[in-house]
Ligand binder design. Sequence first.
Ligand code: PLP
Length: 417
Amino acid sequence: MTAVASFDVERIRADFPILHTMARGHPLVYLDSAATSQKPQVVIDALVDYYTTSNANVHRSVHYLAERATTAYEEARARVGRFVNAPSPESVVWVRGTTEAINLIATSWGRRNLSEGDTVLLTEMEHHSNLVPWQMLAKPRDHGGIGIRLDFVPVTEDGQLDMDAAREKLATGPRLFGFMAKSNVLGTENPVAELCALARANGVVTLVDGAQSVPHGTVDFQALGCDFLAFSAHKALGPMGIGALIVNPCRYPEMSPYQGGGEMIMRVKLATSTYKAPPICFEAGTPSAGDAIAFHTALDYLENLDLSAVHAHETRLTRLALDLLAEKGIKTFGPDDAALRAGIVSFDVPGVHPHDVSTLLDGRGIAVRAGHHCCQPLMRKLGVVATSRASFYLYNTEDEVRQFADGLDHVREYFKR
Ligand code: PLP
């Protein structure tokens, strides 16, 4: 692995082979890391190495390869826990990603602790993965739900959570408050510690969607004092198909396994079973061991960087993009203060559909995302059906931000806007 003592974007780029791709005849400018990050060579190597030297089903056999795979898999669990300062490796539940983690909470905790009429508080900026699982519980019993009520903290004009409303709503006694640490559309970094403290003071269980914040290395589970934290490896330099749910151990006794099968059991009779202790009882079936192990490598890579310098770099790129777009009269969504929103800029080129923006930029090798970003309610709040979104990560450069802004001139010329 390349040791990077201080932040040097060109040295970082050298570690990511895909960034040297030619896309549509141009050097790739990858501005879609909020959808998924690219992977450094060490992570790709870790995956290949696992299947070359260590592949075996974990926790099942005692042979050499099985022991090797199981040890690396459990070391990866501990590594993930350390990265977000979880209380112990046992508080890390492997899942496929943020979506599965939230579904696990809704089912394992929600179905056991919520009753008809109970309120789950969410926010208007949530990703569908923190809306739909709760909507399922809000359905009546004859439609598979339990009839909970949903309430929402509004988003202000400048794309932040309305903290007065959050305070008021938390005081009305919701059972759980689920919110994203950082918006994948607005880039807004929510005051997670303050929200968790408010929730705690009102006896409300907290679920933090860390999909967009954990990749930037800024999340300390114990300092936040939340109950559940969900995130995906693929947005943090790791592979797809693996992620983690961090559980405050005081919540484990309130949860029941929601999937049954191999590995999660102690003893099985024909009609009944007993289960292993958490986290294993929440991990039925063969896990993505190679992906977990490569995630370990990704987190080593991230922590080997100066993460505060990385954050400053991402903030600089964001500021530059906001300024360049403002100069061009292109509307952006979310807070104007780049320090409150590092890494993500959603925008609207007047009179041009975001998919056309994306297609024309793609013609120059520039990858941005267009669409509702799995946040349809937020789109409605913003008064649009879709936005274009550029998202920056540690390997992007100021030059790429300028190419992106120049690309928008081309879009406007093309559409005569
Ligand atoms: N939450 C947020 C804020 C996201 O940005 C995403 C993915 O874009 C998710 C949840 C869902 O993550 P995954 O698809 O990895 O489960």
